[in-house]
Design a protein around this ligand. Structure first.
Ligand code: GDP
Ligand code: MN
Length: 448
């Protein structure tokens, strides 16, 4: 979910006519000093990181003059706040704040609608406002077809005790936040906190937060969030295709592609426990399984790779489609590192056929490609297994071996207390599978 930094959000707010303080982004204390000089007034220096609550964490400082501004920036840039290193600070004219309000729009999943939030108590997090001043917080669940009407915003502002003379201007700000930001930019979340009334009577967005829906980013090609400017070629490719790809350590030796995040995380735990290093976490389930070969080609560009594990336990995805796609990619790229593919689940029979046939080819080409499935045992693969939890472990074990790492696993502490766990799970699964109409599933149920 692209989260924009405050200065990026403010650029958009300004473009859309929402008033923000005058300011500039500095990367060095010297820059901060010269910007403060140009602004010519006391300034506020704010760290630009993808997180809220910066004020409380000490990431917002005030400076009366350029020297102080430089000093404050020096105390922030390069330091870590809330788990993020600070590369940039925003230097802004310091507002003389008379009163702080809160306005925001969120996706209200429970109500299946956008919710506009207005409070006469700003400056603290919305959770805190909800707890401390419930009567000063109004929530408008907006009819998505009609959209927010300005009278709704006015009523809500009045209800929470916003002074009469400010009701129109606050309501206009809320209206603009809804239409010109939340709707226009396909936001999942946007917030002005605090929305400030200054001593000279102006209403200004002192802070700005904006998250845009990932699946709508194609409509906003002009927005390249700072956090995404630093993607490497793989991350960029994954982003273009829409893959779920997290590069954990580009210099690590094992790449794992799984279908399903749960499987991927389990494999990650096993590899970490054994002292192996996982280069990436990648989920090729859901709508992406036909692109499995493309995903393999992508991870093969990792520089220190020793093995790739394709861990597929197909449900909605089809193991045969994955096998075909991966085998084609292997023949095209001829990887120098061993590839291990597990092809269990839906489409398993077809996948086994493909793997048997292609294995001959791979051997001729001098490539190391091993594979296994849930049901195949014996001669087909050096790493075949009996099924059950083994389905997860065996491929991991083999891949670690291929990297020269000894597999060791500390079973979770709760496991011995539930010896029936595996049996029960498999029974449930067998039952579920046998209810499916496809003959393929019925067959699978036999093995489960
Ligand atoms: P957050 O903590 O990450 O939400 O960062 P904010 O930008 O909201 O800043 C935190 C707090 O600093 C605000 O709630 C304000 O009380 C204060 N603050 C921010 N900008 C100004 C300013 O220009 N003038 C004054 N007086 N206070 C400010
Ligand atoms: Mn804030």
């Amino acid at each position: 979910m692209p989260y924009l930094l405050e200065y990026e959000a403010k650029q958009i707010f300004r473009k859309e006519g929402l008033t923000t303080p005058e300011g500039e982004v500095a990367e060095t204390p010297e820059q901060a000093k010269s910007f403060a000089k140009r602004i010519g007034k006391p300034v506020v220096i704010k760290i630009q990181i993808p997180a809220g609550r910066r004020g409380r964490a000490g990431g917002v400082k005030f400076a009366e003059n350029p020297d102080e501004a430089g000093k404050a920036a020096g105390e922030l840039i390069g330091k870590e706040f809330l788990g993020h290193k600070v590369n940039k600070v925003l230097v802004e004219e310091k507002l003389d704040i008379k009163k702080e309000f809160y306005i925001g729009v969120v996706n209200d999943r429970a109500a299946k609608s956008p919710a506009v939030l207005i409070s006469s108590e700003g400056g603290m997090e919305i959770e805190e406002i909800t707890q401390k001043f419930p009567e000063k917080l109004a929530k408008i669940n907006v009819d998505i077809f009609k959209g927010l009407q300005v009278f709704q915003a006015r009523n809500a502002a009045r209800k929470v005790g916003i002074p009469t003379e400010l009701i129109n201007s606050v309501a206009n700000m809320v209206y603009n936040l809804y239409w010109r930001i939340y709707r226009k930019y396909d936001a999942t979340f946007t917030e002005i906190n605090p929305l400030c009334l200054t001593s000279d009577g102006k209403l200004i967005a002192a802070d700005a937060r904006l998250s845009i829906d990932d699946d709508a980013m194609f409509r906003h090609k002009e927005i390249i969030p700072e956090t995404e400017k630093y993607l490497n070629e793989r991350e960029r490719h994954a982003k273009e295709k829409g893959y779920i790809y997290v590069e954990l350590d580009p210099n690590a030796e094992i790449a794992c592609i799984s279908n399903g995040a749960g499987l991927g995380m389990t494999v990650m735990d096993y590899i970490n426990e054994a002292g192996g290093r996982l280069a990436c976490f990648m989920d090729v389930g859901g709508r992406f399984y036909e692109l499995a070969g493309d995903a393999l080609k992508m991870v093969l560009t990792l520089p220190n790779l020793k093995a790739v594990l394709f861990h597929v336990y197909a449900g909605l995805t089809r193991a045969n489609v994955i096998a075909k796609s991966v085998c084609e990619a292997i023949k095209e790229v001829k990887p120098k590192v061993p590839i291990f593919i597990q092809v269990s689940g839906t489409g398993e029979k077809g996948a086994i056929e493909i793997m048997k046939k292609e294995s001959e080819e791979f051997k001729k080409m001098g490539l190391t490609v091993e594979w296994c499935s849930h049901t195949v045992t014996g001669e087909e693969s050096p790493s075949s297994h009996k099924g059950g939890v083994d389905v997860i472990e065996t491929p991991v074990k083999r891949v670690l071996e291929l990297c020269g790492i000894k597999y060791k696993r500390n079973p979770p502490k709760w496991l011995p207390e539930h010896p029936e766990w595996e049996k029960t799970t498999r029974e449930i699964m067998r039952k579920a599978l046998s209810l499916r109409p496809e003959p393929e599933y019925k067959e699978l149920a036999k093995y489960e």
